[in-house]
Design a binder for this molecule. Sequence first.
Ligand SMILES: Nc1ncnc2c1ncn2[C@@H]1O[C@H](COP(=O)(O)OP(=O)(O)OP(=O)(O)O)[C@@H](O)[C@H]1O
Ligand SMILES: [Mg+2]
Length: 232
Amino acid sequence: MNNFDIGKSGKNIKRYKKYVIKEIDNKDISFIILKHLNSLKFKYVPKIIEINSNYIFYKYIRGKTIRKVDSLSIFQIKHLSKILFQYYKLVDLILPKVFINKGYYFCHNDINPLNMVFKFNKIKCIIDWNGMTFKERYIDLYYAVWTCSNFGSLTISDKRKLKLIKTFILNYDDVNIFNDFYKKMMNIILEYKNNYLSDKKIVEWCDYSLEWLNKNESEVNQIVKQKNTNNK
Ligand SMILES: Nc1ncnc2c1ncn2[C@@H]1O[C@H](COP(=O)(O)OP(=O)(O)OP(=O)(O)O)[C@@H](O)[C@H]1O
Ligand SMILES: [Mg+2]
């Protein structure tokens, strides 16, 4: 068996032949959604082979994973925007209408480039669904915009960050979800920071993200305005 590098949760994860075996806890609800998506042949989530009370067995996905957060490419972010739209649409099929109307949803909670498998530079799969919870849908989506355009980075230019955010928003097939984007995004980053106050690197990344967003408020609002105009 091969051990993978262990992520934030410190969960045991191993590869055995064609399988990846991951330790799970009793709060894990991801298998319900993943199995549904597997049955619909949605290819951007891992395929579940088996599950018991302690472990989940996924099919091993061939490809590349990255170990340091950078940002996605324009092409990848466009693709991600479409994948996520499709994901939410398919999960809507099993959600009672009352939740959909309230905007509630099964959120991945950590969509970022480190939780993706790439093949020939294309996103092949989004992994690490075990932290899934029931929240308002926009939270998951905005978090993905934040981590995948990585506007908390000190090295990526403002122009590129704005282009990545714009690509994501313009390619997402729903206008309403971006209402109040700036304010809600600020709150998501603040909340994330409060959950990781003991981690100096995360706190710095969050602080810089907030600073960057504040400095670029009008540019970001302009993107949302363009999205609204395009959809009239
Ligand atoms: N189905 C899979 N196919 C191929 N590789 C996988 C698969 N699942 C996980 N991996 C590999 O294992 C690594 C860790 O997996 P994952 O992101 O699920 O766990 P984690 O980061 O430890 O979890 P957590 O964020 O809960 O701590 C991934 O970066 C990837 O290299
Ligand atoms: Mg992970």
